[in-house]
Design a protein around this ligand. Structure first.
Ligand code: ADP
Length: 511
């Protein structure tokens, strides 16, 4: 059922139209948290009375996602280097809302088994694929006759949009007052290509300099977006600080420091229509803060059974879900599992897919200790819900974490997060040592297996011997509100600032 807008910011200028360009959006395409944001933020904006439309590539998985998709009459011919590539526009909507989703269809680029890479290797034509996507988004505004106030771009795949706006469209009808906002979901993925790919962008070589598009002898799309966008956001205040220096800036710390006045950290929210143990149809028993013990006991037992672990009620069950990438701390986890994780009476429920090296490492350990470690090396949304509900502790020992969603889901599911204090994890998880009033988990500072092990031992000790303290931690977390409402309001404020800055700028330029 479409969601009715609930408020339209009385007395404030109403944002007419946000175009949200993203390479992932649930339920069409997902490899990580960006896809969750791409769904939940537009829906929340629409609830607030903002007009928003989402643009995403028509990947094979998007076309097979079980959503109704219409073919529109709109076709485009996009110049890519020396050739013209044709595509067409499809239309769908975000389930449970009236938010339109436009899918950029070009089968040679997007009808593939994966989004960006297969068997550990990036697709060789990733630059070309996303040049096409960015140009097609710009062209669609004209074709659909969209009134756009803000082009909200996300990560390197959409980073050329602010450059096209600034360089090619600025003086075209209906683009004079359009502003761009660039959101960084992860600095480690920058869209770094060899310099000849500059030809594919169609932008003049004069922009290929170290202040704009060039980065250590190559073309850097994220840098391009950061330079040309009117405003920059990232997904937590702590990460906004961290990326202004080494190592979290991943080489772009200088660019970010230069744009510090326009850089804002807004924490991601949770879609509680999807992640809520009181209503979740995917888990063994529904529960809320009033009856969580009973509900979680059932969910834990069902999860142990599903994963082939002994159904011990009082053995701490440690859950972890995530991409198997360097970022997520799998090396620390494997290190700790090898000795402490086997010696201590604990169980592990692991769900992850990605780098073959980590997959092998974890599956070897699970093969050696099947009564302790259950590992599913796949992408399974359903199992993710059951681990969130059934585990006692949720582990996120990330090397860095722009925001992190799983710790927020864990709070809601009464699964106490144990995190490394970095990025959004540091902004959302308060250690028990800070006092019972505010504590909702456990955290450690340094990226080290010893610190992780010590913190796990401390958490398991509280679980086993201090049941009242544990109860308080669980309930503090479950009662917190990390919904999108507050964050979406911050985005709207930011859009309004970007818009008035653009209008003032345009007026001054016209004088
Ligand atoms: P990132 O965006 O860096 O991958 P986040 O914590 O922000 O990390 O978001 C990850 C999202 O992807 C969460 O919704 C998480 O549950 C989901 N996810 C990651 N790996 C898997 C997997 N193997 N199976 C199911 N869901 C997964």
């Amino acid at each position: 059922m479409p969601i009715e807008p609930v408020s339209v910011f009385p007395g404030e200028h109403k944002i007419v139209n946000i175009l949200f360009a993203t390479s992932e959006v649930v339920p069409f395409a997902k490899t990580g948290g960006l896809a969750d944001v791409g769904n939940a933020l537009p829906i929340e904006l629409a609830r607030m009375g903002v007009d928003v439309s989402v643009f995403v590539p028509a990947y094979r998985c998007a076309l097979n996602a079980g959503q109704t998709i219409e073919v529109t009459s709109h076709h485009f011919d996009i110049p890519i280097g020396g050739k013209i590539v044709s595509g067409r526009l499809l239309r769908s909507h975000l389930p449970g809302s009236a938010v339109p989703v436009y899918l950029i269809d070009q089968p040679d680029y997007f009808d593939r088994p994966e989004l960006y890479r297969e068997r550990g290797e990036d697709y060789k034509d990733n630059c070309e694929r996303f040049v096409f996507f960015c140009r097609a988004v710009m062209e669609s505004i004209r074709l659909l006759d969209l009134q756009v106030d803000i082009l909200h771009c996300n990560d390197w795949q959409t980073s050329l949009i602010p450059a096209y706006l600034q360089v090619e469209y600025r003086h075209a009808r209906r683009f004079e007052h359009v502003s761009s906002v660039m959101t960084i979901h992860n600095m480690a993925y920058q869209g770094h290509f060899w310099h000849w790919d500059m030809l594919l962008t169609g932008l003049d070589w004069r922009y290929y300099n170290w202040h704009q598009m060039e980065f250590y002898g190559g073309l850097n799309l994220l840098k391009t977006g950061l330079v040309f966008a009117d405003m920059i956001t990232t997904v937590s205040p702590r990460y906004a600080e961290e990326i202004q220096s080494d190592p979290h800036g991943c080489g772009l710390e200088g660019v970010l420091r230069q744009r510090a006045d326009d850089l804002h950290g807004i924490i991601n929210g949770v879609d509680y229509d999807v992640w809520n143990p009181a209503t979740d149809p995917l888990i063994a028993a529904q529960y809320d803060p009033a009856n969580w013990r009973q509900g979680k006991t059932q969910c834990k037992s069902a999860l142990q059974k599903e994963l082939g672990l002994p159904q011990f009620e009082r053995t701490p069950l440690i859950g972890m879900i995530g991409r198997m990438a360097d970022q997520k701390g799998w090396d620390l986890v494997a290190e700790v599992m090898k000795e402490w994780g086997i010696r201590e009476a604990v169980q592990w429920a692991i769900l992850g897919s990605g780098e073959p090296g980590y997959q092998q490492l974890i599956s070897r350990l699970a093969g050696q200790h099947p009564e302790r470690i259950a590992a599913r090396l796949e992408f399974s949304d359903q199992l993710a819900h059951r681990i969130e509900a059934g585990a006692d502790l949720f582990l996120m020992p990330s090397r860095y974490e722009p925001c992190g969603l799983n710790q927020l889901y864990s709070l809601k599911y009464g699964t106490v997060p144990l995190v490394r204090a970095t990025g959004g994890l540091a902004d959302t998880i308060v250690d028990l040592e800070s006092g019972m009033e505010t504590a909702n988990g456990f955290r450690f500072e340094n990226y080290s297996a010893i610190e992780l092990e010590r913190t796990l031992a401390r958490a398991c000790d509280v679980y086993r011997t201090q049941s009242d303290t544990w109860k308080r931690l669980v309930e503090n977390g479950m009662r917190q509100d990390w919904s999108w409402t507050a964050s979406a309001r911050k985005y709207v404020e930011l859009y309004q600032r970007a818009l008035s800055a653009r209008k003032t700028g345009a007026l001054l330029a016209a004088r």
